[in-house]
Design a protein around this ligand. Structure first.
Ligand code: NDP
Length: 329
């Protein structure tokens, strides 16, 4: 283990829009800032194609370009970034926190902002992995626009799948919804179900699972397996659907495994946020999708990052640690 002698004012965990925005604000408040960016760094924006709903980019911007530019901006303002994953956090605000990473490094800090985001759940198919960003997506709000006048499929039977499929009808000519259970066991709320059932562009395919994503450079179809009852006997039948895109909407999970026992998590594993972006442990703050499972947008995550950074700056100032918080007042 390599232990740095520096005590950072703040260590930010995660380098999506939330973590990077937080770092921009803390470094500009002259807090000695380290971003433990993750490996691979950048979060969900690095697996989307073009971001077109972040203000300031009239033609949109590639997710990867957005992240790499924001990293440069953060570095130019004095923060340090390292592409490592956090394994463990110990200590306290009084005695400083110790953060251990998978690269065998140990860092010390006065405060922490958790901005590790959440990850879309995937089906786990090899062919799905191959087409992520090339027709396989996990966010209709981000990527739906690219499917204007196209046919798409959505997998899932929860509120996310209903919301995504309804949203996709703004662009697509047809939206198949592939649900692994039957109609009566659909998990989505009745209201969301009705909205989807009433939409003439949406067709449900129940009792079905996606077996394979098909295509060369981009997605051209999916193979599905459907359980049917024939002459009183259950039979599985395979078929192919021609689609241009597959939206996987089977839920998200917050990246909080390493936080168990350190800060309070809710029943779904998201970090519980108290006033001023505080967690249940003094000196540890939170921002972005790791606490927010409602909005989950790059712009809202960035907004939370800004707020958390200002809260940390004020917190340190209130504890007599010299900062330039007055510049925000
Ligand atoms: P959910 O966990 O509620 O639903 C996940 C769905 O995906 C279920 O239908 C599940 O099937 C299916 N699924 C899971 N794994 C697989 C798999 N490997 N293959 C095929 N299907 C699979 O997640 P959501 O993201 O839909 O919702 C999460 C929470 O967010 C909920 O509380 C929801 O109400 C809320 N939400 C609210 C919205 C709103 O109010 N506007 C919008 C979106 C979400 P099965 O049922 O068989 O387990």
């Amino acid at each position: 283990m390599n232990e740095s002698s520096t005590i950072f004012d703040v260590i930010i965990l995660g380098s999506g829009p939330s973590g990077l925005t937080a770092a921009l604000y803390t470094s500009r408040a002259f807090l000695n800032t380290l971003v433990i960016a993750g490996n691979p760094p950048g979060g969900q924006l690095t697996i989307t194609t073009r971001v077109e709903n972040f203000p300031g980019f009239p033609e949109g911007v590639l997710g990867t370009e957005f992240i790499s530019n924001t990293r440069k901006q953060v570095k130019n303002n004095g923060a340090k970034l390292i592409d490592e994953n956090v394994l463990k956090i110990s200590g306290s605000f009084e005695d400083n926190f110790t953060v251990e990473t998978d690269a065998g490094n140990i860092y010390k800090t006065r405060t922490i902002i958790i901005a590790t985001g959440s990850s879309a759940k995937w089906l786990g198919l090899e062919s799905e992995k191959k087409f992520i960003g090339k027709g396989v997506c996990a966010c209709a709000t981000c990527d739906g626009f690219f499917y204007k006048h196209r046919v798409v499929a959505v997998v899932g039977g929860g509120d996310s799948a209903m919301e995504e499929s309804t949203f996709l009808t703004r662009f697509a000519t047809k939206v198949y919804v592939i649900v692994r259970k039957g109609k009566k066991d659909l998990r989505a709320s009745k209201y969301m179900q009705k909205k989807a059932f009433d939409d003439p562009k949406i067709e449900f395919i129940f009792n079905s699972v996606v077996k394979e994503v098909i295509g060369n450079d981009v997605v051209t179809g999916i193979k599905i397996s459907t359980k049917n009852i024939k002459d009183g006997v259950e039979v599985e039948e395979e078929s192919t659907l021609q689609v241009d895109g597959l939206f996987v909407a089977i839920g998200h999970e917050p990246n909080t495994k390493f936080l168990e026992g350190l800060v309070e998590l809710d029943e779904k594993g998201y970090v519980k946020m108290f006033e001023n972006h505080k967690t249940s442990k003094e000196g540890i703050f939170v921002s972005g999708d790791v606490h927010d499972h409602i909005y989950r947008q790059a712009i809202s995550a960035a907004g939370y990052g800004c707020q958390a950074a200002i809260d940390v700056t004020r917190f340190l100032s209130d504890h007599g640690i010299e900062t330039h918080v007055s510049s925000y007042e």
